[in-house]
Design a protein around this ligand. Structure first.
Ligand code: PMP
Length: 428
């Protein structure tokens, strides 16, 4: 009976929303059953419409590094909302957050605020094509960069989960502008550049992949991409929509010490509200209208509420100790999950970088899309269901990252590991 409320809502939703959800992976097709509807969240926990309490490792798919309803974010939002929600005119907060981004990301001289990661990456690619006067982009199989036409080619995340990494409705002519190569394969990038001389304007990558599950860059991979981009006159675009402000306040580019030409941020930047950004060298960003000829605009871009939540989040992240705590808790989770699987003799590979983690149900290393796809998805689905029954809310797909937040404490990690200890033996 308790379960019924979410089920009833889902039935109603399916009548008026495609698949009943506003983003495909929320529909639970990969793990079976129907999604719980969420009524509220606090810290690392959410409560479903029925009132069931869950420890949340989805964190709205990345933004909630501080957990749900962090008091500083809530207070900044309350202050902002009283002053009005949108003006379509410049506000001081936009300047402050742009200055903060430029200070934290030395590769970024100038930055434009937008409302979603999709918009950020789509616009960055437009800038790269304009800066180089070249039409093609190289992207890595299993990386997801939002749902702009040119980037919905061999994409990860929901498309991969549902088995449609290439979307209907993307004209062949546009798909042909994107060359896909395996992640972590510099030779394939070099070959693609060599066979399209003078035509590749952008090499775009998730510096740590999060959308085929978490896959770390091999040693030298990002440096190699930097070198190839320079040699061939292409711009290197880091899609740090997930990794930015998560793998350290300076993102993956600071962690791995590789400077891209253009950077895309999102998720954490808006502190749980819709905000994203793209930025880079002044020479490239000065191409953006009204300074230059690349058109890009948005009614709600730099929205005051989103900027206020983002600024409050940045402030907390800058106060120190946050990333050390995330690292320690995520490492403990990783070790606990690995031990639970080992004791139950269930083969798993746990890939973790900082507070991003995926448990792949496979015995061989996961370094790219092909190896990720060797995972046992049926086993993952049963793991997901078992964990959910024990109050642990995981991303409903083998090919997504778990997001640890600073709100996850020792006790929450212990509870999660204990749930895995209980569930793993049932998966054989
Ligand atoms: N890039 C990456 C790396 C992402 O993970 C996502 C979304 N998960 C996007 C871009 C698109 O962002 P949005 O969903 O905000 O459009």
């Amino acid at each position: 009976m308790v379960q019924d409320l979410s089920k009833r809502l889902f039935e109603r939703a399916q009548r008026v929303i495609p698949g009943g959800v506003n983003s495909p992976v929320r529909a639970y097709r990969a793990v079976g059953g129907s999604p719980p509807f969420v009524a509220r969240g606090q810290g690392c926990r959410i409560w479903t419409a029925e009132g069931k309490e869950l420890i949340d490792y989805v964190g709205s798919w990345g933004p909630l590094i501080l957990g749900h309803a962090h008091p500083r974010v809530v207070s900044a939002l309350l202050d902002a909302v009283r002053r009005g929600t949108t003006f379509g005119a410049p506000t001081e907060g936009e300047v402050r957050i742009a200055e903060a981004i430029c200070a934290l990301y030395p590769s970024v001289d100038k930055v434009r605020l937008v409302s979603s990661g999709t918009e950020a990456v789509m616009s960055a690619l437009r800038v790269a094509r304009a800066a180089t006067a070249r039409p093609l982009a190289i992207k890595m199989e299993g990386c997801y960069h939002g749902h702009a036409d040119q980037l919905l080619v061999r994409a990860g995340s929901g498309g991969l989960t549902l088995g449609v990494p290439d979307s209907a409705g993307v004209p062949e002519e546009i798909a042909r502008l994107t060359i896909t190569v395996p992640y972590n394969d510099l030779g394939a990038v070099a070959a693609a550049l060599a066979s399209n001389p003078g035509s590749v304007g952008a090499i775009i990558v998730e510096p740590v992949a999060g959308n085929m599950g978490v896959v770390a860059p091999a040693q030298g991979y990002l440096e190699g991409l930097r070198k190839l981009a320079d040699e061939h006159g292409a711009l290197l675009v880091f899609d740090e929509v997930i990794t930015g402000l998560r793998l350290g306040i300076g993102g993956a580019q600071d962690r791995y010490r590789v400077r891209p030409d253009l950077t895309c941020l999102g998720k954490i930047l808006g502190g749980g509200l819709p905000l994203a950004a793209y930025g880079g060298r002044a020479s490239a960003m000065n191409l953006v209208a009204p300074e230059g000829p690349v058109y890009q605009a948005g009614t709600l871009s730099g929205n005051p509420l989103a900027v206020a939540a983002g600024l409050a989040t940045l402030q907390v992240l800058g106060e120190g100790g946050i990333y050390e705590r995330l690292e320690a808790h995520a490492a403990r989770l990783e070790e606990g999950l690995r031990a639970a699987a080992r004791d139950a003799r269930v083969p798993v590979v746990v890939n973790r970088v900082g507070s991003l983690l995926t448990v792949f149900f496979t015995s061989s290393p996961v370094v790219d899309l092909a190896s990720a796809l060797r995972s046992d998805r049926d086993r993952f689905a049963r793991f997901h269901q078992g964990m959910m029954r024990r109050g642990i809310y995981l991303p409903p797909s083998q090919f997504e990252a778990w997001f640890v937040s600073v709100a996850h404490g020792d006790e929450d990690i212990r509870t999660t590991v204990q749930a895995a200890v209980d569930v793993m033996p049932q998966l054989l």
